[in-house]
Design a protein around this ligand. Sequence first.
Ligand code: PMV
Length: 315
Amino acid sequence: MAVTVASAPAKIILFGEHAVVYGRPAIAVPISQVRAEAIVEDSLMHGIKLRAPDLGRESWLTEAQDSDPFARAVQIVLETAPVSRLPDLTITVRSTIPIASGLGSGAAMAAAVIRSLAQHLGLTDLATDQQVSALCYQVERLLHGTPSGIDNTVVAYERPVFFVRQEPSNRIEPFTVATPLHMLVADTGEVSMTRDVVEDVGRRWQKDPEKFEQLFNSCGRVADEARMAIRKGDPKRVGRLMQENQVYLREMTVSSTRLEQLIAAAILAGALGAKLSGAGRGGNMIALVDKENVDKVRNRLLSAGAKSVLISVLT
Ligand code: PMV
């Protein structure tokens, strides 16, 4: 019996979260060592069974709620390429990506499900990076409300991207990294729902559009400058720009005490720059460090209370 496996990486936003929702540029990169995987198998039982053993979950597609992103990812593929008879399948998802912590676990799960199911059904047109990203975006809308599209893009393409949300189609530019950037990704352990934070920023923007438009412009400028600094191979400048971006995120009220503690610990231990990554109010922070400082900053983050610290080298 046929089995098809596909996976997708975690991601971090290096620059421009929140502002990206409002059309400003942002930079995101994949973190390939933590991934979501989907396994599609032909089944002897009638219907499509969805399994998420890590979450202790098993249900039939027909029983799933509309708000279930796993089921939605499957339905989106079936709706986009209608088949005369629904196949009999078991779809299993597994993930090593921490959930609700700014690493794009939902997007990675959806991308893995969409790609593996499209491949399994021979729908090669739907299994391209571009299509996986577009279908994944529809699932993201369930999770986020008004996602910018950056998460689905970076997990589907699995490449660093400079991204601008725009009509009729988003600007997606992969970019070169002149000098490897050593990044630490530390988890505060605080769970934060992207949708809630994005909605709250939206309310604050409506109350004080002038202030928020200025903050978003500043974040966009920082993302532009960061792309140049990454291209030129100037990690010190990238670090300073991270610090600057964090000032704007703090003003947007999306930082938290835990995030600030970890950011301060990283800087004290010699990081070139540090900021929250993703929606904020919990989740992850990232620190850019010189190669020889990786262990020192990592240990400092752990003793400052980080629940876990991933090391990722952007090349
Ligand atoms: O929390 P995450 O990692 O899913 O990132 C959200 C990024 C935002 O800019 C806050 C929202 C978005 O859709 O881009």
